[in-house]
Design a protein around this ligand. Structure first.
Ligand SMILES: Nc1ncnc2c1ncn2[C@@H]1O[C@H](COP(=O)(O)OP(=O)(O)O)[C@@H](O)[C@H]1O
Ligand SMILES: [Mg+2]
Length: 290
């Protein structure tokens, strides 16, 4: 019998949605004939005994999930997310560079270092990319360090804050849309699609508004109701990163689709898979056949 490890941490288990999704994943894997162990960071030494590893904790090259992914890879154990995908997706400069290399449709995107932060350069950016602009700190996640700026003074307020955290900042053309498509891709194939509807008081899928956290609405969408070019773009973008599990965020504006981000470790606990009951089964069988 083969052994699946599901790597979790206390944060993964901080709400009932996450707990239910993990239990459902375990039950499905057991139903397929596998033994399943939840592995917490203190149990990391158990990884070499597993036949496959599914990481369901926040991935970052600077935390223990990355060590878990590297350990699995070192021992030849199939792992989602693999270390390379974690490295690429955790750094937007790296992630966008992979997409640009494969000619994936993106909002106009520029990387700026400290030396480029001059009034002339920024004036030129507003001329070239339009207004407002989106500014991102490359290691952002959960929309934390993504801001919309309308003028040069606003740009410098944000850029000065972000450039203290990183050698580069990302500046992007703003793409108007009330929701992000999220295309889930596994091993180069479509896994699920959902819509993340942006809360009315912000432009991003989650934000702190007047001290309160607001979250996007989630709606799973069956493939026949998704524009085919959105699905194709999601798959192409995922393939530009690797062959693991990815959630690709796409904005569709007047028929033109743009990749906003490729995420490793996409969340699958908030109803993303309602129209796709086989998501966990497909992930488990992918792990045991690669
Ligand atoms: N170029 C853009 N135009 C419009 N909205 C954007 C743009 N880039 C990001 N956003 C919004 O901000 C959110 C967070 O940006 P994202 O690049 O995904 O950063 P993070 O890694 O922090 O989630 C996105 O889900 C999207 O709704
Ligand atoms: Mg995002």
């Amino acid at each position: 019998m083969s052994h699946l490890g599901i790597f979790v941490d206390r944060k993964t288990l901080s709400n009932s949605e996450q707990l239910n999704a993990l239990i459902s994943c375990r039950d499905i894997a057991e139903g397929m004939g596998h033994d399943v162990d939840f592995i917490f960071p203190v149990d990391i030494h158990k990884i070499p005994k597993m036949d496959a590893l599914f990481i369901r904790a926040r991935t970052d090259p600077l935390n223990v999930t990355y060590v878990a992914a590297r350990m699995a890879e070192f021992h030849g154990i199939p792992v989602i997310d693999d270390p390379r995908s974690i490295r690429i997706c955790s750094d937007k400069v790296n992630m966008y560079s992979h997409l640009i290399k494969k000619n994936i449709s993106l909002p106009k995107t520029v990387f700026l270092s400290k030396t480029h932060l001059t009034v002339e350069e920024v004036t030129h950016l507003f001329d070239e990319l339009g207004s407002p602009l989106i500014v991102k700190e490359p290691s952002t996640s959960f929309s934390l360090r993504v801001e919309k700026v309308n003028d040069i003074a606003g740009f410098f307020r944000v850029a000065r804050r972000f450039i203290k955290l990183s050698d580069w900042i990302v500046v992007q053309q703003y793409i108007e849309s009330r929701y992000d498509w999220r295309v889930g891709v596994l091993g180069g194939k479509l896994l699920y699609v959902c819509k993340y509807t942006i809360p009315s008081d912000t432009f991003k899928i989650q934000a702190s508004v007047n001290g309160h956290l607001v979250y996007c609405g989630v709606e799973s969408i069956s493939p026949d109701k998704v524009p085919p070019h959105v699905i194709d773009l999601g798959i192409d973008a995922a393939n530009a990163i690797g062959r693991g599990l990815y959630g690709v965020d796409i904005k569709n504006n007047n028929g033109d689709a743009y990749v906003i981000e490729v995420n490793d470790n996409p969340s699958i606990e908030s109803g993303e898979d309602d129209c796709y009951p086989r998501v966990f089964e497909q992930i488990v069988s992918h792990l045991f056949t690669t």
